[in-house]
Design a protein around this ligand. Structure first.
Ligand SMILES: [Cu+2]
Length: 371
């Protein structure tokens, strides 16, 4: 072996192989790194083809555009649907189940934890003091005490049963959804979310984190206060109606993600090749912020979830602006009907700056490119 390695020919060959390896790694790496980013073009913005207007529509209103304008962006309320940086505990809940779970957590569960901790601490303190060597020179040799053993077995069992009954009731309520008004398919990607409305003319939204102005490199779209807090705002939000049962079918394109919205009390894994289901019925219009909650790769922290909850009329208007239709409606008639509410829309709230007024930007992928 020593003879071979000192052979100049052998050394040269090894060097060649080494260079070839290094070269192939260098060629492979950028391709591998950019692969997930090339992924799907923003289908949402390329949006489904608007239904062709019928003869009747053209006669009634020749100036009507195929797609009405989207309703103005909902401005976030500080402290609602987002962490506010000062309070501890659970976010204000805007679903009945969330409210119920929050009450259970902050009430019975918390007090039980406090009581048990205090009891154990006092017991420990008493034992250490009362039975220390100085006060108790000849220790008891008792090794069994039937009554005591029954009590310390039974008491924890009863406590657990007391916790289990309301817990299982809550769990059962979460897993028995009422019939859904709207179905949204949620797809996790490395590292963004996309949302499809399969029953509404195939509307699809691609939702990317909005960059800060200083990082946007001159792009016209960047985060403003109207979009939401830093690291939580997205370019295109998932939009659902208020007071309606919305079913989320959750899956992933690549690795395991988790679709989580703290203000709704939902968190569901997005697994590739599987569909998980959860549902919400949000009782307050507004905009709510969540994050992917499963470590899914390098940019796991850069794929927030934003859900905008609109009153029914505005939701229908938004749907029409995306070229979608209410469930079961015929595209042509809906497009005509949806134009009317768009015209009657109240003025948008004063935007923070000009860019914010662009409610539904035509281009967003560039502004939020992954690097
Ligand atoms: Cu993720």
């Amino acid at each position: 072996m020593a003879g071979r390695s000192s052979n100049p020919m052998f050394g040269a060959r090894m060097k060649l192989i080494g260079w070839a390896l290094a070269l192939s790694v260098a060629v492979m790496t950028p391709a591998a790194a950019t692969a997930p980013q090339v992924a799907p073009a923003p289908v949402a913005t390329a949006a489904p083809v608007a239904p062709a207007p019928t003869m009747g529509d053209q006669i009634a209103d020749p100036a009507a555009t195929p797609k009405p304008a989207a309703p103005p962006l909902v401005v976030p309320t500080p402290g609602i649907g987002m962490p506010d940086g000062s309070s501890i505990g659970i976010q204000p809940q805007v679903t009945d189940l969330g409210e119920r779970a929050k009450l259970f957590h902050n009430g019975p569960l918390m007090w039980m934890c406090v009581a048990i901790s205090v009891f154990v601490l006092l017991l420990l303190g008493y034992t250490m003091f009362r039975f220390r060597r100085g006060a108790n020179p000849t220790p008891s040799r008792t090794s069994h005490h039937t009554m005591l053993e029954v009590v310390w077995t039974l008491a924890p069992v009863l406590i657990l049963v007391a916790i289990a009954i309301p817990s299982i009731r809550l769990l059962a309520a979460q897993y028995s959804p009422p019939p859904a008004y709207l179905t949204v398919k949620v797809i996790g990607h490395q590292w963004y979310w996309s949302y499809q409305y399969p029953d509404n003319g195939g509307v699809e939204i691609v939702s990317n984190l909005l960059k800060e102005k200083k990082d946007a490199k001159g792009a016209e779209r960047f985060r403003t206060d109207i979009d939401g807090p830093p690291m939580l705002a997205v370019d295109d939000r998932l939009v659902i109606p208020v007071n309606k049962v919305v079913k989320f079918l959750i899956t992933s394109e690549d690795v395991i993600h988790s679709f989580a919205m703290p203000a709704f009390w939902i968190k569901m894994d997005a697994n590739p090749g599987r569909i998980n289901e959860t549902w919400v019925k949000v009782t307050r219009p507004g905009v709510y912020f969540g994050q992917c909650s499963e470590l899914c790769g390098a940019r796991h922290g850069y794929m927030p979830i934003v859900i905008e909850v609109l009153p029914q009329a505005q939701f229908d208007q938004w749907l029409a602006s995306k070229g979608g239709t209410p469930k079961g409606a015929k595209p042509a008639t809906t497009a005509a009907a949806a134009v009317a509410p768009a015209a009657a829309t109240p003025a948008a709230p004063a935007p923070a700056n000009d860019t914010a007024a662009v409610a539904q930007p035509a281009i967003n992928q560039a502004a939020t490119a992954q690097n």
